[in-house]
Design a protein around this ligand. Structure first.
Ligand SMILES: [Zn+2]
Length: 683
């Protein structure tokens, strides 16, 4: 054992003296490669800022690299992944792969993206056919036809159409229409008066839009005029777009209507022709998310001139494919969306940009190769078992709830028993055979891939829902709950702790890192402010006793108030918009804790590197949120993201958990202390 290790242990002992004294020091195990011990910052008291105590050591040693808006554990997983994917790509390039094979697609995509000499020569030329189509438009009818065409190649349009499971009949795929079409991420950027929003809005009008128009070939004067009109046009759509917290109510955003109803909202658009152009055939009923938005679109299509709409589309086409064009396009896109919005200083190396793009467009092709090499059956079984342990623990929690009636409990437990876990990777992989990739200009490969995805989605219309489909790839460091399938989807990459083999991760850390922060988190999404409104089959349907809903909402409101109270860089957390995620974090921890209490490691209560099993559980959870972000990224996230900033996903819910107070001896007067009667408990 090296000396440094012992120095650290004595430092911990100072912080949590009483607890360490209650343990058997003789049985303490020293582990060199300990993911939760080596990065502690023992100069911070756990009760002052647990996130910093747990992760501060690492954060001090690892400043954010210039090409990133943040840095932390998910980024490390991604870095490892990129290296692996690079090898797959360079191998594919060398191989003389048969045309149409996965290897040929990967190799040629990579080749076209890396060929910066040719890309520089081409300039905007690869988009010429698209620009010519726009130039030829004469009237509103032509505008709508072009919207439909742009939709098919992955360019944003204000029509906002897409296929999804009918929220009230999850066996059926339906056409949804949702607010879309603004250039800034959410409507608030057009109105908010905080410094961050104003900076972004000003840059967008004064620098970004003029630059894009000039790159697209407009004169200075025309670019200035186009900017003014396009900004006003977008603002008119933003005017009738809902705030992110108002998008959370599934009933309010579900307005099923016959095609005639949509035509009444927005008569300027010939919807039948538009849908046919978008390969959505025989549509007689649609689900409109925000009817007022489609009324506003109808007005905008009449108020703004055909020339304005042509400029609007020009801007959207150039923006959509900027990263695949020559350097001036890439640079301006990065300047605005990378630097101004997220604080990144430099661009990623070209090969990483190309691999990220490829991973986004053909992720499952790469994922198939990824899991074969990097996710063992043994690891898969560990997490399948952990899902079962979490389900059991959640069930026991529901049974013990003092605020829920017996009849709602019975239904909640039944819904829980029907949650389908998808662990690691899909049983059935997507078929990419009709995606055409060649050594053509890079932008055309991306157009082709986008069009493949459009056809993939459009093809779902009128067909039974494929409940085996995965919405993310196995190599994604993320997870999700889909209420329409009542399923949790847990990709292989999410179980990874960089630099440590799965078998070397002790249960305490794994239960914090995976069971609480991911499995439990996703499971409780089925019962958060949104998820609880769906039944066990994934249908939007009332199944709670009204008084239980009232009690749930009261508890959720306490958590909204708690998070509204957190302020970062002059902006408050949006407690209402983030409530679903905060409920899931808090629930995941509570359920994870009790699942962990059933393991041998907890029962044996032996310390590792001086840390008790319970302490390691909380540190394992905090490891999952080992991130720091640039100021710009945090501010953007506070406005646009339904998740709280990473440090609050640790400190926020932990302040509500009694076992946390016990494990680290948090006292009244410590910064994280919340009076017991103010602590939130939902699950
Ligand atoms: Zn979540």
């Amino acid at each position: 054992m090296n000396k440094i290790l012992f120095t650290h242990i004595s430092a911990i002992a100072v912080c949590s003296l009483a607890l360490l004294c209650s343990c058997n020091h003789n049985s303490d195990t020293k582990v060199a490669n300990d993911p939760v011990y080596n990065d502690l910052d023992t100069t911070v008291k756990p009760g002052a800022d647990f996130f910093k105590y747990a992760n501060g050591g690492w954060l001090k040693k690892n400043p954010i690299p210039s090409a990133y808006s943040g840095w932390g554990i998910g980024y490390l997983v991604d870095e490892e992944l990129r290296d692996r994917l690079k090898k797959l790509n360079t191998d594919a390039l060398k191989a003389d792969a048969p045309k149409g094979s996965d290897a040929q697609k990967i190799g040629d995509f990579y080749f076209s993206g890396m060929d910066t000499v040719d890309i520089a020569k081409q300039g905007i030329a690869p988009l010429k056919p698209e620009l010519d189509r726009i130039a030829a438009i004469k009237d509103v009818k032509g505008i709508v036809v072009e919207f439909a065409h742009l939709h098919d190649i992955g360019v944003e349009t204000p029509l906002g159409a897409g296929v999804g499971q009918d929220a009230k009949n999850s066996d059926k795929n339906m056409l949804y229409l949702n607010q879309d079409g603004i250039g800034l991420p959410i409507r608030d950027y057009y109105y908010n008066t905080d410094e961050h929003s104003v900076t972004i809005r000003n840059d967008y009008q004064q620098k970004h839009l003029p630059a894009v128009f000039k790159l697209a070939g407009l004169s200075d004067a025309d670019a200035a005029a186009a900017t003014k009109n396009i900004y006003a046009l977008e603002k008119s759509l933003a005017d009738s777009s809902r705030k992110i917290e108002d998008l959370r109510d599934p009933y309010h955003n579900y307005n099923k209507m016959p095609l005639a109803g949509l035509t009444k909202l927005c008569p300027v658009v010939d919807w039948k022709s538009a849908f046919d152009e978008m390969d959505y055939h025989n549509v007689d009923t649609v689900i409109v998310g925000q009817p007022e938005y489609y009324r506003a679109l109808n007005n905008a299509l009449q108020y703004y001139s055909v020339a304005d709409w042509k400029n609007y589309m020009l801007k959207n086409v150039v923006t959509a494919f900027s990263d695949e064009l020559s350097k001036p396009f890439v640079d301006e896109n990065f300047r605005f969306y990378g630097t101004v919005m997220y604080g990144k200083k430099t661009q990623l190396p070209r090969w990483k940009q190309v691999i990220d793009n490829e991973n986004g467009l053909m992720g499952e092709v790469l994922g198939k190769l990824f899991v074969k090499e990097f996710f063992s059956e043994k690891a898969k079984q560990r997490y399948v078992d952990m899902v079962a342990a979490m389900r059991q623990s959640f069930k026991e929690h529901i049974e013990k709830l003092d605020w829920m009636s017996a009849s709602t409990k019975e239904k909640a437990i039944f819904k829980l028993s029907k949650v389908r876990p998808k662990v690691g990777y899909p049983d059935k992989w997507k078929d990419f055979s009709t995606m055409v990739i060649s050594r053509q200009p890079y932008a055309l490969n991306v157009i082709s891939a986008n069009n493949f995805w459009h056809r993939f989605e459009a093809n779902k219309m009128g067909k039974p829902v494929d409940r085996d489909e995965w919405g993310i790839t196995p190599q994604t460091y993320n997870a999700y709950y889909n209420p329409s399938n009542n399923e949790i989807v847990l990709p292989a990459a999410q179980f990874t702790i960089p630099g440590i083999k799965d078998e070397d991760v002790d249960d305490a850390v794994a239960y914090g890192y995976v069971a609480a922060s991911t499995i439990g988190h996703e499971m409780t999404h089925g019962f958060d402010d949104q998820g609880r409104q769906y039944d066990y089959k994934g249908n939007l349907k009332e199944w709670w006793m009204p008084e239980d809903s009232v009690k749930f909402t009261k508890r959720a409101q306490m958590l909204i108030d708690q998070f509204n109270g957190y302020e970062v860089y002059g902006l408050h957390v949006n407690g209402k918009a983030t409530q679903g995620e905060n409920i899931a974090d808090l629930g995941g921890i509570a359920i994870g804790l009790d699942a962990f209490k059933k393991t041998d490691q907890y029962k044996e209560n032996k310390t590792i590197n001086g840390l008790t099993p319970m302490q390691r559980f909380f540190l394992g959870y905090a490891l999952g949120w080992l991130y720091e972000e640039r100021k710009e990224a945090t501010r953007s996230g506070l406005l646009t993201d339904v998740h709280s900033p990473p440090f609050l996903r640790v400190n926020g819910p932990f302040s509500d958990v009694p076992e946390f107070y016990e494990a680290f001896h948090i006292k009244k007067g410590d910064k994280m202390w919340i009076d017991p009667d103010k602590r939130v408990k939902i699950w």
